[in-house]
Design a binder for this molecule. Sequence first.
Ligand SMILES: NC(=O)c1ccc[n+]([C@@H]2O[C@H](COP(=O)([O-])OP(=O)(O)OC[C@H]3O[C@@H](n4cnc5c(N)ncnc54)[C@H](O)[C@@H]3O)[C@@H](O)[C@H]2O)c1
Length: 271
Amino acid sequence: MGTLDDRVALVTGGRGGVGRAVCARFLDEGATVYAADLDPGGSLPDEDAGASDGLRFVEVDVTSEPSVEAAMATVAAEENRLDIVVNAAGIEIEHTIEQTSLDDWNRIFAVNVTGTFLVSKHALPLLRRTIGDRPGGPAIVNIGSYDGFIADPRLAAYCATKGAVHALTKAMACDHGPEGIRVNAVCPGYVDTPMLQSFFAGGAQTDDDPDASIDSLQQAVRDVHPLRTYGTPTDIANLIHWLASDEARYATGALWVIDGGLSAQVQQMRL
Ligand SMILES: NC(=O)c1ccc[n+]([C@@H]2O[C@H](COP(=O)([O-])OP(=O)(O)OC[C@H]3O[C@@H](n4cnc5c(N)ncnc54)[C@H](O)[C@@H]3O)[C@@H](O)[C@H]2O)c1
């Protein structure tokens, strides 16, 4: 028996690094899972795309309201209910504000913030159909970041989007708690996904150390963590699973940092 038996979950960015791990964990726990992404490959190469048994793919562009409505219509037609939504679609742009064009600013807000808004908004009617079915009730888990609390260099727009996701999470929890819908945000530090690898690739040559290699940058990142490593997608999926489960019935409106202790330190490294 799984902890999510008979539940229906939709995971945006469900073919990306974190999203895949969430889909896999939810499937293991007995849920019917919709991986919602731009395409079945997501952020990983096609050869890794192998959908697990029982995983359903639904195409969505979270920045487009008609696309989000169409994805929800698919779930409504096939399941007529939704118990869990995980908003894991996200992009990162590695720039200071001076280097950030208005188009890039709007693009990252469209995916990270507007996407979270649109998917949650259009999921609510389906989530309401499961109110009262289980102690944990319907649950939304947004993906924030420790970058929504403290800043990494050259991630200005990204940090701003994550701060917005954190505030939106609390607002949604306040608005929909009284009807029994829980909303939380998981705030990871460094997680080994294609997004992180692209960050390493883009950040290896910094002004401080133009000769830095990706390997030395990765080691520097590991070394600065109190746990001396960065996280895996499964680490993040484990927390998301708990927040979506009945055990988290009293948890809502909270920002759950999971970062190997990185943000517990007084001084951060400079990348
Ligand atoms: N990797 C990290 O170190 C890290 C740290 C903190 C927070 N996060 C957050 O975790 C979430 C997942 O990141 P990840 O590391 O798995 O990234 P990823 O790049 O591996 O996956 C992101 C997925 O989102 C999808 N996506 C992008 N734009 C989309 C759109 N418009 N519509 C639908 N899907 C879209 C991509 O296709 C991709 O599959 C993001 O919100 C990210 O900001 C990641």
